[in-house]
Design a protein around this ligand. Structure first.
Ligand SMILES: Nc1ncnc2c1ncn2[C@@H]1O[C@H](COP(=O)(O)OP(=O)(O)OP(=O)(O)O)[C@@H](O)[C@H]1O
Length: 615
């Protein structure tokens, strides 16, 4: 990123604060009204106290002369009463104002987080989750690292600054009574100074905000050091020192960069300080002269002087002002992301029959490149999968096997060609409907730190209470005894990070994940995708498991990716992928007879296995 990138867009600070203000009624209309009312009161009450005090000072000599009980004395009591009431009420209203602002701020963050999560969850695919801007916003949503770019702080900043601003405006009006030009100059100067400073803070905030990718990198290093999952490798390889060094280095580089752009720009500093000095000097000089001339009385002079000092209660330069700008910064971006991801939603134009697929799932001249990459990983792929049969996809690493099933699962959209189900183009089908027909287990399946029951029923969460069905999914996977032996059976948390929880072996985890896929099949899925379903099992166990799977899922369309030919050979049909294209296609017998890549790889693996007695 170049320093120019951090340059504020015109009115960016103002638009961000406005976006925050517009969201407030969505949180609560009554509390927004209260916020507005207390803003005015917090501004007005100190001003009322100031005026009453000034008038009181002016009235005391006359009252002393007139004596107790005189109208002049009564007048001073009234002024004293007004001053004290304004002081006490001011304190009370201030507390209500701050508490309300604090709660509104927290709810604003909740609202933004909800909207962000809903927006991010909306697209059917996962392309946007590899987008830098989306990840930057999600990082803010997670409130990692006690970030200072937090919308909640914008509300608190607004709560402090709005009354101060009104109070300064009131003081300017008071000064208008002394000298209209001086008063007007103050009335105009403060907003201009405030805007200039907000733009500076926004520029600084953007420097940090736009470095979110680097921040994620260093946070990743930190998380590696403190998470359980990579802990084994980090200890075995003695990586902790390296990790912390790298984290420190990245952190320092980031801070050095941020510090460079955090300084106030000279022209803003000179402009702001110059304007304030000139205006304060002129006001003080004129006041002093008018006092000495006798043009302004003692009481009025003290009111004007208090008004002048009130001007400097306004936070244009402190943390509060900075947090207003920084906190508001991501709000328009969250709102913009919401609309971007909504626009990206594709329209539903086709109805998928409830029994589909009954005939075929077809890839017709499908091409695909990952977002942000020009290189096609799938190109000119033609493949017709007969419904109700089992298909195995083989090929060397990077051949495009997983990409193919990700396209079928709708996680990405083809960049060319189309995928049809019983002749219906998937591009027009409601992704939610298509997902109900699918069950998938990916290579990098998730090990949820939840109960065994959750881990299995996440395949069809609406059936989570159906224990019989859970056991039906577990038995073919050979995990019933394992679950029975756990401290809380199905309700044992699968993580040693929780009391009473336990971790499992790689193979046991894989069996649990397979049970999850099977549970989804029982709930009505019609296509089962297994990407390296049992790589953590030994060859024989994987082959047996797949055999069982095929028995249980007979009549279902199954697609399995495996590097184990003992598994693959059991499928009705096998396709060999290379460079994102089908290069061989047929049954095990057909492909062996063909004597091509499949036959070569199969023979190689079979010979190796024959020499390995324990395999
Ligand atoms: N999220 C991604 N972004 C960019 N490129 C990717 C992404 N995932 C995979 N690729 C690239 O796509 C190509 C095909 O990957 P794919 O995972 O489909 O291969 P595969 O045949 O399943 O390999 P393996 O047998 O190793 O699992 C690879 O060159 C890989 O680098």
């Amino acid at each position: 990123m170049t320093p120019q990138d951090a340059k504020p867009v015109r009115f960016e600070a103002g638009r961000a604060v406005l976006a925050v203000v517009r969201l407030l009624p969505q949180i609560s209309r009554p509390r927004t009204a209260l916020f507005a009312a207390t803003t005015v009161l917090v501004a007005a009450l100190p001003l009322a106290m100031t005026i009453a005090t000034g008038l009181l000072i002016g009235a005391v000599p006359d009252a002393a002369e007139a004596g107790p009980g005189s109208p002049e004395a009564r007048h001073t009591y009234v002024l004293l009463g007004v001053g004290v009431a304004a002081l006490l009420l001011g304190r009370l209203v201030n507390n209500v104002h701050n508490a309300n602002a604090f709660n509104l701020g927290r709810e604003l963050e909740l609202l933004l987080q909800d909207r962000l999560v809903a927006a991010v969850a909306r697209p059917a695919g996962i392309t946007h989750l590899e987008d830098d801007e989306v990840l930057a916003l999600l990082r803010i949503a997670r409130q990692l690292g006690g970030d200072f770019i937090r919308p909640e702080r914008a509300i608190r900043g607004l709560a402090a600054i709005a009354p101060e601003f009104l109070s300064a405006a009131g003081a300017s009006i008071v000064l208008c009574l002394f000298n209209i030009w001086i008063g007007l100059a103050w009335l105009v100067a403060w907003p201009l100074i405030f805007i200039a400073m907000q733009n500076e803070y926004t520029r600084v905030g953007k420097t940090a905000y736009m470095r979110s990718t680097e921040m994620r990198e260093s946070e990743y290093m930190r998380d590696l050091a403190i998470s359980a999952e990579p802990a084994k490798e980090i200890r075995v390889w003695g990586l902790m020192g390296w990790l912390l060094d790298r984290y420190d280095r990245q952190w320092n580089e980031r801070m050095a960069y941020t510090n460079r752009f955090q300084r106030l720009r000279a022209r803003t500093a000179v402009g702001v300080v110059g304007a304030l000095l000139a205006l304060t000097g002129a006001t003080a000089l004129l006041l002093a002269q008018s006092g000495l001339d006798g043009a302004v009385g003692f009481a009025a002079l003290s009111v004007y002087l208090v008004a002048l000092t009130t001007m400097f209660n306004f936070s244009a330069f402190d943390d509060t002002a900075a947090f207003l700008a920084l906190g508001a910064l991501p709000v328009p971006k969250v709102l913009a992301l919401e609309s971007t991801l909504t626009v990206d939603e594709r329209p539903v134009t086709a109805e998928l029959p409830s029994a589909a697929p009954e005939r075929t799932v077809t890839f017709a001249n499908v091409a695909f490149a990952y977002p942000g990459s020009e290189r096609p990983v799938i190109e000119g792929l033609d493949l017709e999968i007969e419904a109700g049969t089992s298909l195995a996809v083989v090929g060397h690493n990077g051949a495009g096997k997983t990409s193919l099933v990700k396209l079928l699962a709708g996680l990405y959209e083809p960049t060319g060609g189309k995928i049809t189900v019983d002749g219906v183009d998937l591009a027009g089908v409601d992704p939610a409907v298509w997902r109900t027909r699918l069950s998938a287990l990916f290579q990098d399946f998730t090990r949820y730190q939840l109960t065994v029951r959750d881990n299995i029923t996440l395949g069809a969460p609406h059936l989570a209470d159906d224990t019989d069905r859970i056991w039906k999914a577990c038995e073919p996977m050979g995990i019933r005894d394992l679950i029975d032996s756990l401290p809380n059976g199905l309700d044992t948390v699968l993580s040693s990070e929780y009391e009473g929880g336990t971790d499992l072996s790689g193979g046991q985890w894989q069996r649990i994940a397979l049970a999850r896929a099977l549970f989804a099949v029982q709930a009505g899925a019609k296509i089962l995708i297994l990407d390296e379903p049992a790589a953590a099992l030994d060859v024989r166990a994987e082959a047996e498991l797949y055999e069982q799977f095929l028995d249980i899922t007979a009549g279902l369309t199954t697609i399995v990716i495996s590097h184990r030919f003992s598994t693959v050979r059991r499928a009705d049909r096998i396709v060999v992928l290379d460079g994102g294209k089908v290069v061989e296609d047929g049954s095990h017998a057909d492909l062996m007879a063909l004597g091509g890549r499949y036959a070569e790889a199969f023979t190689l693996q079979a010979n190796r296995l024959a020499r390995t007695p324990l395999a």
